[in-house]
Design a protein around this ligand. Structure first.
Ligand code: C2E
Ligand code: MG
Ligand code: MG
Ligand code: MG
Length: 280
């Protein structure tokens, strides 16, 4: 690019860009309001053990209801929150909610692995790290805790991420690499960080029957994970044949709308006893 071209690009008027900036500011102020007024909810999506189609664990996913009963998409507001320190406040809210929900899961007779998403900024915040540690140390329930972090979040500052993760792992926390395959992979990271699980991103899963490349990637990731002694979760399973194929390739865990969508914890108790593929 010539500098002329760059400068003319800067001078051009993009109404959509302005709208996005204004909308971002607007979302940030709405998020602050929502935090203050306790508007967030924590929903849970089952993660299924493919050998018997029963629940191995649940992933905690934040929900932000709109006044009309619909929900804002976390894929929109989480990345915006992640640009500010708001994400840390939201994570604090999530961890506090999890603390209460651990006891709820006990009360309905569940013993699960509870997956909690952490953002890059969370690994840089000593307060959040200590909250994770105290969640683990004070956990008297039958529930185990797994933290999900994306590759990209780990790679922003590997040394700092390793320090934070080691501290949490010392307290008994486990780590899963979320959306695996979509970030900047580094085999060094797999070797050096205290990780015990890989979640294969759903973008590789959906077309696995039709895309040879996706099949090759999924096979290779399962092979790599298995030989590192990690467990594997296939994300975004929407069809029975995908679940079958994934299992035949050696993935023991799966998550997706085919089995169950994210739901409030009260609904979780209703589906407990059932092998999940029979109810969807
Ligand atoms: P994620 O951690 O990869 O979570 C999985 C996302 O995939 C969830 O979207 C889930 O509803 C969706 N999903 C699950 N199964 C299927 C399927 O079969 N098909 C399709 N199309 N989607 C499926 P959700 O809840 O909208 O969250 C989006 C992202 O927002 C999450 O991706 C995560 O990165 C972030 N997020 C959500 N809750 C939290 C949170 O409490 N803290 C942080 N830091 N991030 C969160
Ligand atoms: Mg996740
Ligand atoms: Mg994911
Ligand atoms: Mg994701």
């Amino acid at each position: 690019y010539t500098s002329k071209r760059l400068s003319s690009a800067y001078c051009e008027y993009h109404p959509s860009m302005n709208d996005n900036a204004a909308e971002k500011v607007n979302i940030i102020s709405l998020l602050k309001h929502a935090l203050y007024h306790q508007e967030f909810r924590l929903w849970y999506q089952p993660i299924i053990r493919l050998s018997d189609n029963r629940i191995y664990g649940v992933e905690a996913l934040i929900r932000w209801p709109r006044p009309d009963g619909s929900y804002f998409s976390p894929s929109v507001f989480i990345p915006i929150a992640e640009q500010t320190a708001l994400i840390n406040k939201m994570t604090t809210w999530v961890l506090t909610q999890i603390t209460k929900d651990l006891l709820y899961f006990d009360s309905i007779g569940l013993a699960l692995c509870i997956h909690v998403n952490l953002s890059a900024k969370d690994l840089q915040d000593p307060n959040i790290i200590e909250q994770c540690v105290s969640l683990l140390e004070n956990n008297q329930s039958s529930q185990k805790i797994m933290f999900e972090i994306t590759e990209s979040a780990m790679m922003i500052n590997v040394e700092q991420a390793k320090k934070a993760m080691d501290r949490i792992a010392m307290a008994g926390g486990k780590f899963s690499i979320d959306d695996f395959g979509t970030g900047f992979s580094s085999l060094e990271m797999l070797r050096d960080l205290p990780v015990t699980q890989i979640k294969i991103d759903r973008s590789f899963i959906n077309n696995i029957h039709h895309q040879d490349a996706d099949l090759a990637i999924v096979k290779s990731v399962i092979y790599l994970a298995t030989h590192l002694n990690y467990s594997v979760v296939a994300e975004g399973i929407e069809h029975a044949d995908t679940a079958e194929l994934i299992q035949s390739l050696g993935s023991h865990l799966a998550q997706g709308y085919f089995f169950a969508k994210p739901m409030p914890k009260s609904e979780l108790s209703q589906i407990l006893q059932l092998p999940l593929s029979s109810i969807s």
